[in-house]
Design a binder for this molecule. Sequence first.
Ligand SMILES: [Zn+2]
Length: 390
Amino acid sequence: MTKIKKLDQETIKKINQNNVLYLLYRHDQLTKHDIAKKLGISIPTVVTNINELIELGFVEEAGVGKSTGGRKPVIVKFLPDSRYSMGVVITKDYVRMVLTNLHFEIIKEVSISIDEELQSIDYIIEAVKEFQKNVCEELSIDENKILGIGFSLPGTVNEKTLILENAINLGIKNIDFKNYDFNCPVYIENEANASAYAEYFVYPDKSNSKLIFVSITEGIGTGIVFNSLLYKGANKRAGEWGHMTIVKDGKSCACGKNGCWEVYASSKALLKTYNKDTGLKRRNISEIFMELDEDYKTQKVVDEYLEYLAEGIKNIILIMDPDKIVIGGEIAFYEDYIKEALNEKVYKPNAFFTAKDCKIEFTKLKANASVIGAALLPVMPLFFNNNITI
Ligand SMILES: [Zn+2]
């Protein structure tokens, strides 16, 4: 009995400390009185927690606020540079590594392109270790101040066992991240999931708790934030909407099926269709959008592309009924060109939903959603006692 009681007290203590630090992260600075009021805990509990957090270097006392009668209240300030986090994005073509502070500001970053010969996971791991070592030396950061390394990966990820189970686009499977020693905790997550959580966490608003992030690049990945947690499903494969059938017996997909959404609505699909229909050899989709205003053929290809994109989004809205869909990945750079037409196609009058029920937005994190999502992972245990996934 005594043991259970002790454990409970420790858990409560941990939860209180998480809550105090998270509150200060969100507000930057607050008086101890404000903290007690907002969290519904006693002033002595706040004082104990603040003293511990000062000792750990996460916060500091920063002067006094206005008195409302008695003694002037002491202001406590969150210190974003007290710890750091590393985020790593691995794609088919490049590896991007960043160091962020606790406000998720990128302090240092390095990208390396990888060709097929060098595309072994061991090569990538060595590059990450080198970045970790160099960044500490260059910026004179104590290695212990790096909370951990988060990896954002294009495939099925078991974040608990630290195994990348399958990454079709990288051509690798069953990569066990427990085998790599980084001298700090390691976290892994699927790319779209990491991006979804980053969008939810960095830009919190009331309509964010049921959010679907649709990452559109080479393929289509989606991440589901459900009631503020990442929904991963029974086998960690939830949100593989890139492979839902959008055209029966349609074009073949790398997954082995036919007619998958990503074969019609990824940025790669847009480029492929455009080059096939026009006989031109554009190398990237930016060249397509540059011609959009003047060229009828280009308008036709993009319009058809958006029809497919809209079909998939409509299916997601019908299945999940989210507060918002956030479009990310390469296609999101062309928001100004596609937003209006996409909205028109998705919200065509129907029996179930209107634009008021579920908004379509474009990522506010732009090209950083995935890498910030990776860097978030080692920081979350500071703020939450429970896992961020269900
Ligand atoms: Zn597929």
